[in-house]
Design a protein around this ligand. Structure first.
Ligand code: ARG
Length: 452
């Protein structure tokens, strides 16, 4: 298709090195939609007759049907999806096919296709992220009143509920969705008409093409439009961060499923055994979510490294944007689906959670707050409670059994009341804190938002 000035055939190694059809074939629905919109604009500009346009449109739709049903042979000699489709169209319909590339370049074509691909995939990712949020919300509902220790430094800190813990991930996923939505908004403008880099001397109605493809407008600078891959970098970042969130959830679940914690168990359908140790039930889904997140981050770095050295406008390096893009989208979609299933089937062990939450040391901060309410400055209260904790450890007496008044007269006879988990949670009633009432209100808020 570009052989006019060449007298030698392309080396077969160069063909193998330069082809992208082995992966960019996936862009075919978008490539065909873009070509139909482009052809319609050609017809409206008088460049194609009505008959020629109909031939092109039905030819492209036939090719699409053949690709979908597996009856299309992609050729590496035709490099990429754009040339594979155009060559086959011309083979099928003759001269009208040869007019399609008027006022267009593969450079604005590929930029259009990848924007459309990203837009479609973002819509899928948004739905799948909501499904995972709903699975987490159901667990939050089920375990709204199950008290567990909250951790910092992986050391027991203060009491929370499992519902509050699950809702933390619902929050993260909501931010992931807002990043995806934001990225979608920014990418949804049409680069078609930017040509190879400098537009075209043949003016087609860019706005009409954009409207047909569901874009909100057209790009304003042909050079930027051809060179721009920001939308892919943004999407890969949004995907990486979502992966990082789910990797953290995985880490929580891996810990919770250990014999040492034993807060949670995953279903048989979402765990694997060991070929050697018969007792094992391994949280592979969690480990693979954590592991695959490394790939998501790698794909983002891959693209940024490709972009950073490129002069304007198109450089063939840009063809390397698609493997990381496709891999990240596919990987996150699978992560979301499998985690949704796994979370829907997981269970908490109420007894183990209760036993861990019964540790009176979880309420050491509450004891300091008690002293603050008696008028003692917090720093001093902190030190007094620290001494009580040291005494508890030294004498092997649980903190709630100590004779606190003997340690300091600031402790009144009511100090013991601090050691009620029910009271401790009830007191955490400020917005954002984990009182059971708050968690229930948050669950209702999320239900209204996610299941309107
Ligand atoms: N397959 C190419 C890519 O993905 C399409 C654009 C090719 N443009 C060119 N001038 N060789 O980037």
């Amino acid at each position: 298709m570009w052989k006019g000035r060449f007298s030698q055939d392309t080396s077969s190694l160069v063909q193998q090195f330069g082809e992208s059809i082995s992966y960019d074939w996936r862009l075919f629905p978008h490539d065909i939609a873009g070509s139909i919109a482009h052809a319609r604009a050609q017809k409206n500009a008088g460049l194609l007759s009505g008959e020629e346009f109909s031939q092109i449109e039905s030819g492209l739709l036939d090719i699409k049907a053949d690709i979908v049903s597996g009856n299309f042979e992609f050729k590496a000699s035709l490099e990429d999806i754009h040339m594979n489709i155009e060559a086959e169209l011309t083979r099928r319909i003759g001269p009208a096919g040869a007019k399609l590339h008027t006022a267009r370049s593969r450079n604005d074509q590929v930029a259009t296709d990848t924007r459309l691909y990203c837009r479609t995939e973002i819509d899928g990712l948004l739905l799948e992220t909501t499904s995972l949020q709903l699975a987490l919300l159901d667990r939050a509902d089920q375990y709204a009143a199950t008290v567990i220790p909250g951790y910092t430094h992986l050391q027991r800190g203060q009491p929370v509920t499992a519902g509050h813990h699950f809702l933390a991930y619902v929050e993260m996923l909501e931010r992931d969705k807002s990043r995806l939505t934001d990225c979608r908004k920014r990418l949804n403008i049409s680069p078609l008409g930017s040509g190879a880099l400098a537009g075209s001397t043949i003016n087609l109605d860019r706005r009409a093409i954009a409207a047909e493809l569901g874009f909100d407008g057209v790009t304003h600078n042909s050079m930027d439009a051809i060179a721009d891959r920001d939308y892919i970098a943004e999407l890969l970042f949004a995907i990486s961060l979502c992966g990082a969130h789910l990797s953290r959830l995985s880490e929580d679940l891996i810990l919770w499923c250990t014999a040492e914690f034993a807060f949670a168990s995953l279903s048989d359908a979402h765990t694997t055994g060991s070929s050697l140790m018969p007792q094992k039930k391994n949280p592979d889904v969690c480990e693979l979510t954590r592991g695959k997140t490394g790939r998501l981050v790698g794909n983002l770095m891959n693209l940024l490294a490709t972009l950073k050295g490129l002069p304007l406008t198109y450089n063939r390096d840009l063809q390397e944007d698609k493997p990381p893009l496709f891999d990240s989208v596919d990987t996150l979609r699978l992560i979301l689906a499998v985690n949704t299933e796994m979370i829907a089937a997981m269970e908490l062990n109420g007894e183990k959670c209760r036993a861990a939450a019964a540790d009176p040391l979880l309420l050491a901060t509450d004891l300091a707050d008690y002293l603050v309410n008696k008028g003692i400055p917090f720093r001093h209260a902190h030190e007094l409670v620290g001494k009580a904790v040291a005494a508890a450890i030294a004498t092997g007496t649980p903190l709630d059994q100590l004779d606190l008044a003997a340690i300091d007269p600031a402790y009144g006879p009511d100090a013991r009341q601090v050691f009620s988990l029910e009271r401790a949670l009830k007191a955490r009633s400020n917005p954002g804190s984990p009182s059971i009432e708050n968690v229930r209100a948050e669950i209702s808020r999320w239900h209204a938002l996610l299941r309107p």
